[in-house]
Design a protein around this ligand. Sequence first.
Ligand code: CS2
Ligand code: MG
Length: 402
Amino acid sequence: MKIKHASVNICSPGRNFVTLKIETDDGIYGLGDGTLNGRELAVASYLSEHVIPCILNRDPFQTEDIWQYLYRGAYWRRGPVTMSATAAVDMALWDIKGKALNTPVYNLLGGRSRDGVLVYCHAHGADIEEACDDVARHREMGYKAIRVQSGIPGLDATYGVPKGALPYEPAERGLPPESRWSTEKYLLHVPKLFARVREQFGDDLHLLHDCHHRLSPIEAARLGKELEPFHLFWMEDPVPAEFQEGFRVIREHTTTPIATGEVLNSIWDVHDLIRNQWIDYARLTLTHAGGFTALKKIADFAELYHVRTGCHGPTDLSPVCMAAALHFDLAIHNFGIQEHMPHNKETDEVFPHAYRFEDGFMFPGDGPGLGVDLDEKLAAKYPYQRAYLPVLRKLDGTLWDW
Ligand code: CS2
Ligand code: MG
């Protein structure tokens, strides 16, 4: 079997997606997600101009050698654009492998290690009461794990809370929107939020929270300590993730579990975090961290240190990545939890898929490959539109981590 053709599809059924399609001389094709929110064309160009010419006529079963070729052979290492493009190739090749062997990809990763994949959803509100109403709504839908974010008194916007009734979609068309931030207001508010949620919903529900990269290590240590009575499943991205040493300070002060990794893209970005047990969950994704070939190595390394996975799964990764993540989650031993932000109807129609949600868990389906497709004709109805993630500034105008 040989790779005969590969093409990059960019579409925007509500938000932009980059999909690589690799076709073989046997008529089998595979799909890979190369979506990088706000930088989609950079990945598309890297694939079309620099990657595709080098993989044609190769054997699609040689996933390890092709991964090494794209990682070491590129000379320039790592980074979200390079690793998302490499991931799209890797995901598509595993999809082809599964289809050629007539088996779901999870069977190529060790087979089922669990009955289903525990997922968490996003609940939010402009204030604590609205957030509690949304927690109740999601618990009714069957979720056993819920991330809770709310507006911060005194701030006109904050991460994770949509403006108005539309679902939360941080990337906006046009130039990057800017908003203001106060760590002080945030730190005073979040413990009250979780005290209220635990008071209303008790202890059984897994609760998660995303600090979204905005605290200093000692501020994160303070928040972790103040959240200990509410037994969070995790406190996410407390500090900017590239500062691995900062997580040591947090660890010295609190037992609240820590998750990070969604903005990281290689094992070297989490090497110290894992071997020092400074985190409990690694959030790297199949798309941004180089695909199955890379993420399996990261998960195996993490397993030695009791670190579990918690793959990032927002709407800015396509159903191709969601399908791939569910195969990965079902098979690896040290699975922790999977993020689940349901895509909109148009996206689900462009990317028909076998995966499903039931009673707090997800299942990838048992068909060959990844169990997801791309309706190219329908995708063409939703052309790419440039969009950017927001930019954040502190109240005094200092640029900050969004
Ligand atoms: C967030 C993401 O889901 C999460 O944990 O951190 O939604 C993140 O804001 C987006 O992926 C950015 O594109
Ligand atoms: Mg996050």
